[in-house]
Design a protein around this ligand. Structure first.
Ligand code: GLA
Length: 414
């Protein structure tokens, strides 16, 4: 009885749920996934840097780092284990097992440890019979796996799409979503289907985010094959694939252009541009570098509160591409309280000078139903990375943007 009542979704039931929850003293609150990821989730995931080299030691040390290096204070919360935490086989009853060498203490002990740092633990599985790394997937074991995760205290599930012969993505993801919900534990559900069946058209209400593309690489600009299709997804290729998707994202349901590659080998300019763009896109901010050993520059980018505030803005509206010329793009993001953020992206390797006379420009946003009125409204301008006030929109912006870098400006009404 408890489980059925506690899995009710939606704000109308929130009062009743709180009462019921208090009555049954459930420790982690009800399974109301609608309340998860009201702003894009923030955390870390092992894949981009470590691939199969995961272990409980790595996860503990990562949690230690996140809790103490300023990331937790900046809003990062989830410590997520990606593929290859599982043993090669299930047990005779079909229970999923933990790789005994890499995770000898088991996931429950790890979750307890991560929770003791005030953080949350995420895990990974796959809708098919095997994960992309060849470990047992959750196909036909959805309920059993969801219950195992909940009993261990897992807070987040990334769910991949390998080895899925004969499956339809909407039904397969709904099955796991229902299984998670039925546990009564709020477990953030992150779909990783690479955009193949346009999850933005069906996954709202099933999970809190869905991948929109194939895997990101730690490259700013990828490669194109002979047919004109992108072969390698660098930051710019993934950015271009987001066009047309912004109307599908919002609080509790985000487009996911894949995890961050900040600190994984791009230049500082490129890392800054990548992070800024992901914040403008309302992307889940899942760091993918080694948090135990990173440069001060990397940490500074990952923890910039002004840039993160754009990502975490309560309106939850993605930026729109306003103009593009000679490899220089101007993006506008509507923010709460009538504010805007502006990103000038220089896709070229060389610096570019930009002059932008606000009073000659007008941004109309169909999603937020807002428009800039620079002729009648004056905004204060602040350079968010340089932490400098730039005057007001009565004066044209005149700035040089380094190659593969951005200028990020916040406009607040004067
Ligand atoms: C897929 C996903 C990646 C990662 C790997 C793990 O490629 O898209 O993000 O999870 O599988 O095998």
């Amino acid at each position: 009885m408890k489980k059925r009542v506690l899995t009710v979704n939606g704000p109308a039931c929130a009062g009743a749920i709180i009462l019921l929850c208090a009555a049954c003293a459930c420790p982690h609150g009800p399974g109301k996934t609608g309340a998860l990821a009201l702003t894009p989730q923030m955390g870390w995931n092992s894949w981009n840097k470590f691939q199969g080299r995961v272990s409980e030691q790595l996860i503990r040390e990562t949690a230690d780092a996140m809790a103490t290096n300023g990331m937790k204070a900046a809003g990062y919360q989830y410590v997520n284990i990606d593929d290859l935490w599982q043993a090669q086989q299930r047990d005779a009853e079909g229970n999923i097992l933990t790789d005994p060498t890499r995770f000898p203490s088991g996931i429950k002990a790890l979750a307890d440890y991560v929770h003791s740092k005030g953080l949350k633990l995420g895990i990974y599985s796959d809708a098919g019979a095997h994960t992309c790394g060849g470990r047992p997937g959750s196909r036909d074991h959805e309920t059993q796996d969801a219950q195992a995760y909940a009993s261990w205290g897992v807070d987040y599930l990334k769910y991949d799409w390998c080895d899925v012969d004969g499956l339809q993505a909407p039904a397969a993801y709904k099955k796991m979503s229902d299984a998670l919900r039925a546990t009564g534990r709020p477990i953030l559900f992150s779909l990783c289907e690479w955009g193949t069946s346009k999850p933005w058209t069906w996954a709202k209400g099933i999970g809190q985010s869905w991948r929109t593309t194939g895997d990101i690489l730690a490259k700013f600009d990828g490669l194109i094959d002979h047919d004109g299709k992108w072969q390698e997804h660098g930051v710019l290729q993934i950015l271009d694939l987001q066009v047309g998707l912004r109307q599908y994202a919002g609080p509790g349901h985000w487009n996911d252009p894949d995890m961050l590659e900040v600190g994984n080998g791009m230049s500082e300019n490129e890392d800054r541009a990548h992070f800024t763009l992901w914040c403008f896109l309302c992307a889940p901010l899942i760091a993918g570098n080694d948090l135990r050993h990173m440069s001060p520059e990397t940490l500074k980018i990952l923890t910039d509160k002004d840039i993160i505030a754009l990502n975490q803005d309560p309106l939850g509206i993605e930026a729109l591409k306003y103009s593009a010329q000679d490899g220089v793009e101007v993006w506008f993001k509507p923010l709460a309280h009538g504010a805007w953020a502006v990103c000038v992206l220089n896709r070229n390797k060389e610096p570019r000078r930009i002059t932008f006379d606000w009073r000659n420009e007008k941004v109309t946003d169909d999603i937020s139903k807002r428009e800039t009125k620079f002729d009648t409204t004056t905004y204060r301008m602040r350079d968010l990375w340089k932490k400098q006030d730039l005057g007001t929109t009565e004066t044209p912006l005149n700035a040089e943007v380094p190659g593969h870098d951005v200028l990020a400006i916040r406009l607040d009404k004067k």
